[in-house]
Design a protein around this ligand. Structure first.
Ligand code: HPA
Length: 277
């Protein structure tokens, strides 16, 4: 079966569960420790990933694995509560499948969030960073293999991976809410080990401001389909070697949890301004 057919089967399944005919305008991917944001939605349906054809369920603690459809601050939205990571051992096309489904459903923008380690020395844990660009250092690409022109072009342009006008909207919301948003380049690595201090020094030399184990493949898939992206990292910890003590997933989840309200205010305000613009 073609990838497009797989995507369309999932889209039809999701639409069949939406008796209201809700059309999501924004797609949102919630990263580590940010899943509770979906609790602030007016949810029409929450579909566990294992019930949607083609979706895999995430095995990572802190990633619930549900697609929530409804409204967030009045904005029709499709929210992925949990994502699949490459380090779980799945093929890249399965990692990006849910994002392709959201894009095919016609979302006008994709918001991808993640928890990341801060490499920029001026970052502190708990800050938020808008992605201006990324380094795909996973060694993989979801567009490998035969290309389906009906999904997107063989050689997609990535010179504007993260849409500046969407960042401008996010900055406006942050100003109203009274907090600062940093900007920087996200290095996406395969994981699941955290980096060594030498790797973190290398990443800084390469121009990275933050590092994580997700996002880049999803953004490639969305850009392939022509959907504009807003990327947001919660700096959940300082990257290896920048602080005393070992890194842990508990620290990542705790920090993300601590700033969840800000992330929610930002995403909600972003959706409202996007639709008003
Ligand atoms: N490195 C990689 N991924 C991460 C980190 C980190 O320091 N923090 C949260 N996700």
């Amino acid at each position: 079966m073609s990838e497009l057919s797989r995507i369309e089967i999932a889209v039809a399944h999701i639409r069949s569960k939406l008796s209201s005919g809700l059309q999501p305008r924004v797609g949102i991917v919630l990263g580590s420790g940010l899943g509770a944001l979906a609790d602030s939605m007016e949810i029409e349906v929450a579909l566990p990933y294992q019930t949607i054809p083609g979706f895999l369920s995430s095995t990572v603690e802190g990633h619930a694995g549900k697609l929530c459809l409804g409204t967030l601050g009045g904005v029709p939205a499709a929210v992925m509560q949990g994502r699949i990571h490459l380090y779980e051992g799945h093929p890249e096309k399965d990692v990006v499948f849910p994002v392709r489904v959201l894009c095919r459903m016609g979302v006008e923008a994709l918001v991808v969030t993640n928890a990341a380690g801060g490499i920029d020395r001026s970052f502190s844990s708990g800050e938020m960073m808008l992605l201006t660009d990324h380094l795909n250092l996973t060694g993989r690409n979801p567009l490998m293999g035969e290309n389906d022109e009906a999904i997107g072009p063989r050689f997609p342009d990535m010179s504007v991976a993260y849409e500046p006008s969407l960042r401008a909207i996010a900055h406006e919301v942050a100003a109203v809410e009274g907090f600062e948003l940093r900007e920087g380049v996200y290095a996406g690595l395969l994981g699941p080990t955290y980096e060594t201090p030498a790797e973190v020094r290398m990443l800084r030399t390469l121009g990275a401001s933050a590092v994580g184990m997700s996002t880049v493949l999803e953004v490639i898939a969305a850009r392939h389909m022509g959907v504009p992206v807003l990327g947001l990292s919660v700096i959940s910890n300082l990257a290896a070697g920048l602080s005393l003590g070992p890194l842990s997933h508990d620290e990542v989840k705790e920090t993300a949890d601590r700033v969840q309200d800000r992330v929610l205010a930002l995403i909600r305000g972003f959706g409202q301004r996007l639709l008003a613009s």
